[in-house]
Design a protein around this ligand. Structure first.
Ligand code: DQA
Length: 162
């Protein structure tokens, strides 16, 4: 039997501006996973809230979660070919480890916002360094699931004024 490697959800038509939301490892467990750090909202709830907001703004938004680093790198490469305008990414644990993922974002040069549910600066020392922040348009950390919606709101506004 084929193992499910990732999940994705899409909204809106292909001629709308495209945004991509990327979720790194273990974020499929949101809701049940360490709620003291990551809150009670599930990934499906977060993705649905973003999809509804994007749809109302006539923007094509796809969400993609994977526990496989190579799959996320390949999704970023594909995003370039698809003409994705902006990315919202929570690289999760890869924030602190992945030069390869950083390089994929640098190579495609798609502007992105880095989001973390928890405030990585108030946690263990190893979480306080990010391989992404210096490349990001901005970083939202510690505002729970609202961080994703705030990032989306910023990008919807930016798309209108670009
Ligand atoms: C996280 C913080 C990371 O340190 C951690 O490995 C995660 C989630 C966050 O959203 O707070 O998986 O990116």
């Amino acid at each position: 039997m084929m193992k499910k490697k990732s999940s994705s959800a899409k909204t809106k038509t292909s001629h709308s501006p495209r945004l991509l939301v990327l979720h790194g490892p273990n974020l499929n467990l949101l809701g049940a996973r360490e709620p003291q750090h990551y809150g009670a909202a599930t990934l499906e709830e977060i993705n649905l809230a973003m999809a509804l907001r994007a749809e109302a703004a006539d923007v094509y938004l796809e969400s993609f979660q994977t526990n496989h680093e190579g799959a996320l790198i390949e999704r970023i490469h594909a995003a370039k070919k698809e003409g994705v305008r902006y990315i919202i990414i929570n690289p999760a644990a890869w924030t602190h480890t992945s030069v390869a993922l950083r390089d994929a974002l640098a190579a495609t040069a798609i502007p992105f916002i880095e989001v973390h549910l928890s405030n990585i600066h108030t946690r263990e020392t190893f979480r306080q360094h990010s391989y992404f922040s210096d490349l990001a348009l901005g970083v939202i950390t510690g505002l729970g699931h609202q961080g994703y919606l705030l990032a989306l709101e910023y990008l919807l506004n930016k798309i209108n004024t670009d």
